[in-house]
Design a protein around this ligand. Structure first.
Ligand SMILES: [Zn+2]
Length: 596
């Protein structure tokens, strides 16, 4: 970026210094004083928008309102909410005609809708945001021990907004070196091991970047047992740091993680304080409204979608802009003494939620978050393609790592109509363990209970295919609940059908093998089960008046290929003292050794 003339640079330096004068105290002002400032800025931005921004001129006239109807921040609620799609469709009409032909800084957002959007910023807005950074620095100082002169690594790409803003600031202003901090840049993609090595070399006091990327780095280091630098502070924003990653960084590595909340549409929204309990909103930069599913404002402690009005940017004016994030308002004031309104939590993108058929939102982390704790799982993603159709994507560590096998696409569970609430269909998990120097594939599987013998055989076939694709040569042991009822679900629920079936074969519950084609199929494909299971011994347990008792069904099995099995056993899943069932299935066991 070309350097501006010295007078121009000194002008913006003085401008920033002037706008920084309240930065240390403003978050602690009496609420009434903040309110007066916010109301004044809300009136000014509406006035500016009405005069120079086509969308707002049209909208205010169309609603039959006049500028006198906008006396303060609350009156912004009279204006319609603007969605990212609204903006993408007609972004030109949100641009101020006052900045046509003048310099504006262009920021790009990709968003999830696939529409790239450009937001224009005027220079005064950008330097007011530079000034507002001091507010955050006050907090960072609590961790770095000093306000200036510390080193910081920013992880991003050359196009990352923070980096482009810094270049803009450097080209258009002049700040004495000692009133600044030392910056270095690092890419936020590519090989994690290389990024970790880079970080270990730079050894910054502060690591800044996207929460998802910083989380990935520390998770990678942890899972691969790599040494990783521990800065004094991890400072993340842009997207959410997963809770499991935050715990890893803070508790395992002992590095405090501080979050900021900003978006391309509003460069300053809120930031955490030293207590890291909530996000203090910058009321001089934005007006925040939080609305529930019916579009009504929520009270303290309530959650809903956040709408942001940017009071500072005059080049592109966005009022009541729907960022797509779900947030929770703080129930009371923060003990740090700041008086600014506070968000207790930023729950994440509205896109991070799956919609239940009854309309409630479940966070995707609730559904699949535990996958993150499975060794070998580096990244995961849940996509709700339709109301009842989900795709889970998992990135695994390379090598013979655990793998997940989908055993069918039967996701018709989610609405509870089948008596259970589940996401997706049955799966199996594959991993390798070493047995006397030989890698052995172990498969844990749970076949469908609400199906019939043919469906279970098809699932077994799919599992055996997946095992061959995983490692065609390794010996295999498969264990799990195969749900071998010997009958289909419809027949089991029909008393007469059960009676007829039991007359034909009274042993069918305990010896389901000849009624379940999956056994013949496994034999054909080289698997053995006779030596690995106590044949005829049920594995199902149910509660009784005096405790629990073994039932009649044999549902759980071990199968092996290329291995020798002996000493099969069924181990009671009953509490040794009370006799209460610890599970509705017994454990099955066998001694497995390499076949000679
Ligand atoms: Zn606080």
């Amino acid at each position: 970026m070309e350097r501006a003339s010295l007078p121009r640079r000194l002008f913006w330096t003085a401008f920033t210094a002037w706008h920084s004068r309240h930065e240390h105290t403003l978050p602690f002002w009496p609420p009434e004083r903040l309110r007066v400032l916010q109301d004044r800025r809300a009136r000014a931005i509406v006035r500016h928008a009405y005069r120079t921004v086509p969308f707002y001129r049209r909208t205010i006239d169309g609603l039959g309102l006049s500028l006198d109807d906008f006396r303060g921040a609350d009156d912004l609620a009279r204006l319609p909410a603007v969605t990212t799609d609204d903006y993408a469709r007609d972004s030109d009409s949100f641009r101020s005609t006052a900045y046509r032909g003048r310099f504006t800084f262009e920021a790009f957002t990709s968003g999830t809708t696939g529409h790239a959007r450009v937001i224009h910023f005027d220079a005064a807005c950008l330097f007011r945001c530079v000034a507002a950074r001091h507010r955050h620095r006050v907090v960072a100082t609590a961790f770095t021990g000093r306000a200036f002169g510390y080193s910081e690594v920013m992880a991003g790409s050359a196009l990352t907004l923070a980096r482009r803003l810094h270049e803009f600031q450097a080209a258009n202003s002049w700040f004495p070196r000692r009133a600044d901090y030392r910056r270095a840049w690092m890419l936020s993609f590519g090989n994690p091991a290389e990024r970790i090595a880079e970080l270990n070399q730079i050894r910054p006091d502060v690591l800044r970047g996207y929460g998802s990327f910083i989380g990935l780095l520390y998770r990678w280091a942890y899972q691969h047992d790599l040494p990783i630098h521990r800065p004094k502070l991890v400072w993340h924003g842009g997207d959410t740091l997963a809770e499991a990653d935050r715990v890893l960084i803070e508790e395992h590595y002992g590095v405090p993680a501080l979050a900021g909340y900003q978006t391309t549409e509003a460069l300053v929204i809120a930031h955490q304080c030293e207590r890291r309990e909530g996000f203090h909103i910058a009321p001089d930069h934005v007006v925040v409204r939080v609305l529930d599913g019916q579009g009504l404002p929520v009270g303290p402690g309530g959650s809903g979608e956040i709408l942001v009005s940017n009071l500072i940017n005059r080049a592109t004016v966005l009022l009541n802009y729907r960022l797509g994030d779900i947030v929770t308002l703080a129930a009371g004031p923060c003990p740090c003494g700041r008086t600014t309104p506070t968000l207790a939590r930023i729950e994440g993108r509205a896109d991070d939620y799956v919609v239940h058929p009854d309309g409630t939102l479940l966070h995707s982390m609730t559904a699949i978050g535990k996958l993150q704790l499975v060794p070998g799982v580096l990244q995961h993603q849940l996509v709700q393609e339709e109301l009842k159709r989900f795709v889970v994507r998992i990135v695994l560590r390379p090598g013979a790592d655990p793998a997940v096998v989908r055993l069918g696409d039967d996701a018709g569970w989610f609405d509870g109509a089948r008596g259970e609430r589940r996401v997706g269909g049955r799966i199996a998990v594959l991993a390798q363990v070493e047995l006397a120097g030989t890698a052995v594939t172990a498969a844990s599987v749970h076949l469908e209970s609400h199906g019939d013998p043919a469906q279970r055989a098809a699932q077994m076939d799919a599992l055996l295919d997946a095992i061959d694709a995983y490692d065609p040569r390794a010996p295999v042991v498969i264990g799990g609940d195969l749900n071998t009822f010997s009958l289909g679900l419809a027949a089991i629920s029909d008393r007469e059908a059960v009676a007829t079936a039991l007359r034909a074969d009274p042993e069918r519950w305990r010896r389901p093998e000849r009624h379940e084609p999956l056994f013949a199929l496994a034999s054909e494909r080289g698997y053995e089960w006779r030596a690995a299971n106590l044949l005829g011994e049920p594995t199902h347990r149910h509660e009784t008046e005096s405790g629990s008792a073994r039932g009649q069904l044999k549902l759980d099995w071990l199968l092996a290929r290329g291995l020798a099995a002996s000493a099969p056993a069924v181990i009671d899943a009953a509490h040794p003292v009370t006799g209460a069932a610890l599970s509705d299935h017994e454990a099955v066991a066998a001694t497995i050794s390499l076949a000679r």
